[in-house]
Design a protein around this ligand. Structure first.
Ligand SMILES: N[C@@H](CCC(=O)N[C@@H](CS)C(=O)NCC(=O)O)C(=O)O
Length: 211
């Protein structure tokens, strides 16, 4: 199986981590976003959105990182990362969609303004965008914190929802997003980030950030 990847992409990160967690070896094909390789005709033929990640398994082509994680987890159902049980699966989807639509964009915007822009020399942070995203974060983080008050993982057992969520927190320290008021979230992300699957998936990204 091939993964079209960018080491700096949080969306590709959650796929590399799930593959590690499941022990699925992927042939990594690095797509250089800075050189615009994702907009080349040959790349648009596999993902017309011109984005990473993309999984290619034989003649099966799949984009959207959370869908890719669901597919990979389905190849190893015995690991229980995306169970067939309708209710368990629905709760996992609930948190994955919530991350994609609510918490994730707000966290990513602050990280982009405070970290990525500086790193890539893209100009000054947009303080208005930061202020508005911080308001969203202040609204949503306590929801996750309450959910995690009595469980170890986002949907109870470890699942693809934990990996969907975790990439959101990648740049929290660099972006000065405090988890002081949400101790359950803080404990959960520490737990997740200690997993060998995550540590190995995130290593290339951390190396790039140090350059
Ligand atoms: N919803 C997509 C988002 C993919 C995405 O936005 N990827 C970024 C990298 S993190 C990208 O390829 N950006 C390049 C561009 O949009 O030009 C997913 O989860 O896979």
């Amino acid at each position: 199986m091939k993964l079209y990847n960018a080491d700096l992409s949080p969306n590709a990160l959650r796929v590399r981590a799930i593959a590690n967690e499941l022990g699925i070896g992927l042939e990594i094909i690095e797509v250089d976003l800075r050189k615009g390789e994702h907009k080349a005709e040959s790349y648009l033929a596999i993902n017309p959105n011109g984005k990473v990640p993309v999984l290619v398994d034989g003649d099966f082509v799949l984009w959207e990182s959370r869908a890719i994680d669901g597919y990979l987890a389905g190849l190893k159902p015995e690991r229980g990362l995306y169970p067939a049980d309708a209710k368990k699966r629905a709760i996992i989807d609930q948190w994955s969609y919530w991350q994609a639509i609510h918490l994730g964009p707000a966290m990513q915007r602050v990280a982009f303004e405070r970290v990525v822009k500086t790193k890539l020399g893209m100009g000054e942070p947009d303080e208005k965008a930061i202020e508005s995203s911080l308001k969203d974060i202040a609204q949503f983080l306590p929801v996750l914190d309450t959910n995690l008050a009595n469980k170890e993982w986002v949907a109870g057992d470890l699942s693809i929802a934990d990996f969907a969520m975790a990439s959101t927190f990648m740049f929290r320290d660099r972006a000065s997003i405090s988890l002081d008021k949400t101790p359950n979230v803080s404990a959960w992300i520490d737990r997740l980030e200690k997993r060998p699957s995550w540590r190995s998936a995130v290593a290339p990204m951390l190396a790039l950030m140090q350059d």
